[in-house]
Design a protein around this ligand. Structure first.
Ligand code: SAH
Length: 204
């Protein structure tokens, strides 16, 4: 899987090492284990999916680009099965990962138990307002996309911090959006089209 990611242009050594370290098959149902290292999203229950490895790698590479060895505090919106949070634990000092569906929050807790990742904090709640208790973040990454990037997320970015999230752009299609916060203000870059599950309000 990691060799394929490299062939697809992922070059960040930290991201490649983190994706090599975290066994993706441990996050999917037994029946899906044979497909765990294919470049495909897979169902994790409640209509949600674990993102494609190439998309996880792309987003984390964007998040890490040009910011040293290790990120500081990172907010991961949409824990799902916990896979991306586990990968992030190798790239950031602290990972706050929030999920609005209780059953998935609990699934992630079960999946991550054996990894003993002391720097991952799993939170049950609505990630729309971000998680101010952990702010400011050097990175924010979302695995669910809405019509816009919530202002609260941008407000919770540290100076020098970066946000990577899917969002609907002016053309009406979902794209990867990168938002950088600098001392001078905020810059927004729209990248390639993507297909993520919807960002929803409230918990369930
Ligand atoms: N990173 C996850 C991907 C899960 S799919 C993984 O590695 O498995 C995206 C997740 O975002 C879903 O579980 C969905 O329930 C969650 N989500 C959607 N809107 C949310 C919100 N407002 N707050 C927190 N989680 C949300």
């Amino acid at each position: 899987m990691v060799r394929k990611l490299q062939a697809q242009g992922i070059g960040h050594p930290g991201v490649l090492a983190a994706m090599l370290a975290v066994e993706r098959h441990r996050f999917v149902d037994t029946a899906l284990v044979p497909q765990a290292y294919e470049d495909t999203s897979l169902p994790i229950g409640l209509g949600q999916t674990i993102s494609k490895p190439s998309v996880v790698a792309r987003m984390l590479e964007l998040l890490c680009q040009g910011r040293g060895d290790r990120l500081g505090r990172v907010l991961d919106i949409g824990t799902g099965c916990g896979y991306q949070a586990a990968v992030l634990s190798h790239l950031a000092r602290e990972v706050y990962s929030i999920e609005r569906l209780r059953a998935l929050h609990e699934k992630a807790r079960d999946n991550l138990r054996a990894f003993r990742l002391a720097n991952v904090h799993l939170l049950f709640g609505d990630g729309m307002p971000g998680y101010p208790q952990g702010a400011p973040y050097s990175g924010i990454v979302a695995a669910a996309g809405g019509n816009q990037v919530p202002q609260a997320w941008i407000d919770q970015l540290a100076i020098g911090g970066r946000l990577v999230a899917p969002a609907v752009t002016s053309g009406g299609q979902q794209h990867l959006v990168v938002i950088d916060r600098t001392a001078q203000g905020v810059t927004r870059t729209e990248l390639e089209p993507v297909l993520f599950v919807p960002l929803k309000s409230g918990v369930s």
